[in-house]
Design a protein. Structure first.
Length: 108
């Protein structure tokens, strides 16, 4: 069994939750989202995040707006919708339950 594949699958499983959490307080553009994930040691490449942001937008959890940039092309800023905030709240509850369960099992 390939441990790197298993570790990657674990990261992918929480990526949506982490992206929504990054956007909880303020709108951000993709580069800022990637920086926040990298700072938290959750390694993600642009090719992974763009399709996920599009899916979250299509699911009604995110909105975006374009803003002109002084240092390049326009930037797409993402923010949570009301539905996105509610979805994140439910994911947070589930994460806490799951985290507690895993801690209980692995600490035994």
């Amino acid at each position: 069994m390939n441990i790197e594949n298993t570790k990657a699958q674990m990261r992918k499983g929480v990526l949506e939750f982490c992206i929504l959490s990054v956007l909880k307080k303020k709108e951000q553009y993709t580069s800022e989202i990637l920086d926040a994930l990298k700072e938290a040691k959750l390694l993600v490449v642009e090719g992974t995040i763009y399709p996920l942001l599009t899916r979250l937008k299509n699911d009604g959890l995110l909105n975006y707006r374009w803003e002109e940039s002084t240092s390049g092309p326009p930037r797409k800023y993402y923010e949570l919708t009301q539905e996105g905030h509610q979805f994140l709240e439910e994911l947070s509850k589930t994460w806490e339950e799951l985290s507690n369960a895993v801690t209980n099992i692995t600490q035994s």
